[in-house]
Design a protein around this ligand. Structure first.
Ligand code: NDP
Length: 448
């Protein structure tokens, strides 16, 4: 039995039967049985079904937002934004189905053409930080390409994905095409990785489990997409609009209580404006509204669990430069915390996945790039400067998959998202995600 909690109140929201290997195998068998008919659905009809799902998400916008807010402890305003994105993702992939073309390639003696074939049954393993959003990033392209799916949400946060599964059926997506299995990663997730009838694993989570996914997938040569951790740098040059960069920086690391793989948790600041930046950044951090996730005005909620709070707290060894306030009473609260660090400190190297920002000074552009790249991760990051040439020079030099210039936003429905180095590989979102859920087939037709 899995007891699902509200991390803001520590009260149970639901009790669910945890699936085991047998239930996982049944879901894979159902997905396998549904595959031939689903791949044969005409593209326009598949598009119509995904559009209907998008519309149902819009119609259930407030309900889904409340489920997500309560289960993850995220402020309702943020949850609404995420559910809005889920609908957009399904609209996007509904529209993409008949625009993901093959090619004809000039060859001697005939016609050479490529097709995009679905993979078959795809296993999706999703985390607890953005449960519905991340589910949609994988489900949209997987279903659009004609695959069937078994999705395993994180045990801590399965409720929104379960509801989405119901809405998919209501939308007319046939039984067996989208199967949700709730259970432990070490049981259900592991079985999906090992299962000979699962063609691909789409995974978002820790680098450690990502390594297990890769190892396990080797036995059956499964395709793998991994979206793992990050330790992204927010690089502020002296020629930037420093006040604007400082006002924006708290939301780039404290949003979702820092439980965000794109969190810009290393803030690199050119030494000549360091003090000015720190003053403005601490001031802005003090204004982040931490409180009841159900309150429309809240900007930061609690962490996901007591165990995670302990992990986050273990990173702050000395008295920080700034520590914000948290509500009294139940809930896994942890305050917005700012520490000054050097690039070699643990806080500047490991992913905290909590609301802790490490601010690090740098001397010049070369040093900024060197520190930004001095990380096992390479997911996201920001560059703040008014010098256009420098912005592009630094953007090309930083080894991460997603960068923003004079902005801290990484994620858009139509643009590719994913990491370099140990942040994983494969791309989600945009047209690029379709490549990860299809196989290129090359056919030569002789005209002799
Ligand atoms: P995990 O990587 O353990 O969990 C992510 C998903 O993988 C969950 O659905 C989990 O299931 C599943 N899982 C766990 N073990 C296995 C396994 N052996 N085989 C297959 N699937 C498995 O992340 P945590 O929840 O433990 O978080 C730990 C850290 O990971 C965080 O502090 C953060 O640093 C990072 N993380 C990064 C995320 C990102 O967005 N890139 C998201 C989440 C975490 P279940 O939990 O139900 O057992």
């Amino acid at each position: 039995m899995t007891v699902v909690l509200n991390p803001a109140t520590e009260e149970p929201l639901a009790e669910l039967e945890a699936a085991g290997v047998e239930e996982t195998d049944e879901a894979v068998a159902a997905a396998r049985a549904a595959f031939p008919a689903w791949r044969a659905v005409a593209p326009a009809d598949r598009a119509r079904l995904l559009r209907r799902l998008a519309t149902l998400v819009e119609e259930h916008y407030e309900e889904l937002s409340r489920i997500e807010s309560r289960n993850v402890g995220k402020p309702i305003a943020g949850a609404r934004g995420e559910v809005g994105m889920v609908a957009q993702v399904f609209h996007f992939y509904a529209g993409a189905i008949d625009k993901f073309h093959g090619e004809t390639i000039p060859v001697a003696g005939g016609v050479d053409m490529t097709f995009r074939e679905p993979l078959g049954v795809v296993g999706l393993i999703t985390p607890w930080n953005f449960p519905l959003n991340i589910a949609s990033w994988k489900l949209g392209p997987a279903l659009a390409c004609g695959n069937t799916v078994v999705i395993k949400p994180a045990e801590l946060t399965p409720l929104s994905t379960l509801r989405l599964g119901e809405l998919a059926l209501e939308a007319g997506i046939p039984d067996g095409v989208l199967n949700v299995v709730v259970g432990k990663g070490s049981v259900v997730g592991q079985r999906l990785i090992e299962h000979p009838d699962v063609a691909k694993i789409g995974f978002t989570g820790s680098t450690e489990v990502g390594q297990q996914v890769m190892r396990g997938a080797a036995a059956t040569i499964k395709r793998v997409t991994l979206e793992l951790g990050g330790k992204s740098a927010n690089v502020v040059f002296a020629d930037a609009d420093v006040e604007r960069a400082a006002a924006s920086a708290p939301y780039a690391v404290f949003d979702n209580a820092g439980q965000d793989c794109c969190a810009r948790s290393r803030i690199l600041v050119e030494a000549s404006v360091y003090d000015r930046f720190i003053d403005a950044f601490v001031d802005a951090t003090g204004k982040v509204k931490v409180g009841d996730p159900e309150d429309d005005a809240s900007e930061m909620g609690p962490l996901i669990s007591a165990a995670h709070r302990e992990t986050v707290a273990s990173f702050v060894e000395d008295e920080p430069l700034f520590r914000g306030a948290t509500p009294d009473g139940p809930g896994y609260w942890y305050p917005c915390t700012v520490v000054e660090a050097s690039a070699s400190d643990r806080i500047a190297r490991d992913e905290v996945f909590g609301p802790v920002a490490a601010v690090i000074p740098f001397a010049d552009e070369d040093e900024a790039v060197r520190i930004a790249n001095d990380s096992a991760y390479g997911l996201s990051g920001s560059i703040w400067t008014r010098d256009g040439a420098r912005a592009l020079r630094v953007a090309r030099a930083i080894d991460t998959g997603v960068l923003s210039i004079n902005s801290n936003s990484s994620v858009r429905v139509s643009t590719p998202f994913g990491g370099f180095k140990q942040s994983g590989f494969g791309r989600e979102l945009g047209m690029h995600a379709l490549e990860g859920y299809s196989e290129v087939k090359n056919v030569f037709y002789s005209t002799d």
